[in-house]
Design a protein around this ligand. Structure first.
Ligand code: AMP
Ligand code: ZN
Length: 479
């Protein structure tokens, strides 16, 4: 295993990653604000976080990962009030859609998936701690954080605080660097808005206090890793640091990892430009979850990801190539023994794969190692220079690949059905059908009936019916 190095926004450097307690990682991820369906930009960040969590586990680290659902913030309050429903009623649909989207993209469930509205008392207690330490003041029933009281304010986002007027306030949860001000920890209710009755008065939490309170509740006062998209570095994460470190006097998160944004065909995604996509929009156009996951994971997280339909089609064929190789390996019709150097070649591929991911999660490098290996192994297979004893080493490589990238298992049709989409239009050619049938026959010969049933099922899903005859031959017809 190579030394793991991660880029830390706090230091501005790529550093060796050493968790606070050897062998364990405590990680917090800002989850979605469930006021609408998540878009593919959001999932760029969530897939990056999933690749990170899978890779940490692959390295044998014991991970405690917390992801929240922001189910109360300015946008939710405003939308729920406009719709005349409670905030739980308003957010539930989007929360469920988010869970379903994660499942389709094989984004693993973190150890804790928690909701802000289940943690109001924790937020209130944290605000009280800040009050005791005089980090706060009140105005018109709201409670604000006094940034002048925290001299390190700005250390994450490196903003320039000169010229900021002491006591100037901002009430919105989201604002630009130029508007750095004292921010609201607790907001007095406006007519028609949802509020809680608490020890610090009637009202609702600001967005920033939510993550500080939830992260520290589950992970302790100092976390190893805190992640999010780059737009969260300011003000959200800067404010999380001010709140948490103000209250505890201890470092809040040791490594801050931020994913760069996804652009669509080189432009910022926006509804008015007509380039705004949810996952469902793309499934509706016939793209598969595995291709999307691959496209989102393939660009290293600190590079902007330029999402294009051409790229998505390439991702589709990359996934096919890896799946075909896995299938070829599974069929296992190789000569006995091993070929010279193939085991060593597989071990080198594994080492290169790990070197890529250890280098600040360079997924492009890890994928290059994957395709180099597949190409060479395919050439060896074509020339009969791949033996049965080489299968295990190649399979070990694919297992490591799958632990992190999670696109090998061919369950796209099933996932799409679960989301209510018909399977994509997949007309097989006669030659493709014959090849599938040959694979199935091979599986039956080695008494791998699970595999042969799987192939029959896959063909049936694509409208091909098989008829086994007594002499062992197979006929097929289209439905
Ligand atoms: P939100 O639901 O707005 O709180 O965002 C959820 C996550 O998606 C956050 O980590 C954001 O930083 C991230 N995010 C938002 N827009 C993009 C984008 N275009 N590309 C990548 N990540 C994004
Ligand atoms: Zn957050």
């Amino acid at each position: 295993m190579h030394e793991l190095r991660l880029h830390n926004t706090l230091s501005g450097k790529t550093e060796s990653f050493v968790p606070l307690r050897a062998g364990e990682v405590k990680m917090y991820t800002c989850g979605p604000t469930v006021y609408d369906y998540a878009h593919i930009g959001n999932f760029r960040t969530f897939v990056f976080q999933d690749v990170l969590r899978r890779y940490l586990k692959q390295r044998g680290l014991k991970l405690t990962h917390v992801m929240n659902l922001t189910d109360v913030d300015d946008r939710i309050i405003a939308n729920a009030a406009a719709a005349g429903v409670g905030i739980r009623d308003y957010t539930e649909k989007f929360a469920q859609a988010f869970f379903a989207d994660c499942k389709a993209l094989s984004v693993e469930t973190p150890e804790y998936w928690i909701r802000a509205t289940d943690h109001i008392p924790d937020m209130v207690r944290l605000i009280e701690r800040l009050q005791t330490k005089t980090f706060t003041y009140e105005s018109d029933g709201s409670i604000y954080y006094r940034i002048a009281k925290f001299p390190e304010y700005g250390k994450l986002s490196k903003i320039d605080l000169t010229g900021i007027q002491a006591g100037a306030r901002v009430d919105n949860d989201r604002y630009e660097k130029e508007s750095a001000r004292d921010f609201a920890l607790w907001k007095a209710p406006k007519p028609g808005e949802h509020f809680w009755e608490t020890e610090i008065g009637k009202g609702r939490p600001g967005w920033h206090i939510e993550c500080s309170a939830m992260a520290m509740k589950y992970l302790g006062e100092t976390l190893d890793i805190h992640t999010g998209g780059i737009d969260l570095a300011f003000p959200h994460h800067e404010n999380e640091i001010a709140q948490s470190e103000g209250a505890t006097g201890k470092p809040f998160a040791r490594y801050w990892l931020h994913a760069e944004h996804l652009l669509v065909e080189g432009e910022k995604m926006s509804k008015s430009l007509g380039n705004f996509f949810t996952l469902r929009d793309l499934y509706g156009q016939g793209y598969k979850p595995s291709a999307l996951r691959y496209a989102l994971a393939s660009v290293p997280y600190r590079r902007q990801l330029n999402f294009t339909f051409d790229g998505l089609r390439q991702a589709t064929s990359s996934v096919e190539r890896i799946r075909n190789f896995a299938e070829r390996l599974r069929q296992g019709r190789f000569r006995t023994g091993s070929s010279s150097g193939m085991k060593e070649r597989a071990a080198k591929a594994l080492d290169d794969f790990d070197a890529g991911l250890a280098d600040d999660l360079n997924t492009a490098m890890a994928l290059a190692a994957t395709f180099d290996f597949i190409r060479e192994a395919n050439i060896a297979m074509d020339s009969g220079d791949f033996g049965q004893e080489d299968v295990a080493a190649a399979q070990k490589f694919l297992d490591a690949f799958e632990q992190v990238f999670a696109v090998l298992q061919d369950n796209d049709a099933e996932k799409l059905r679960e989301l209510g989409f018909a399977a994509p239009e997949t007309k097989l050619t006669d030659a493709e059908i014959d090849a599938k049938i040959a694979q199935r026959q091979a599986a039956r010969q080695r008494r791998d009936f699970a595999q042969s049933d799987e192939i029959r099922k896959e063909l049936a899903e694509r409208g091909i019916i098989l008829e086994d005859s007594k002499d062992g031959s197979v006929r097929w017809k289209r439905k």
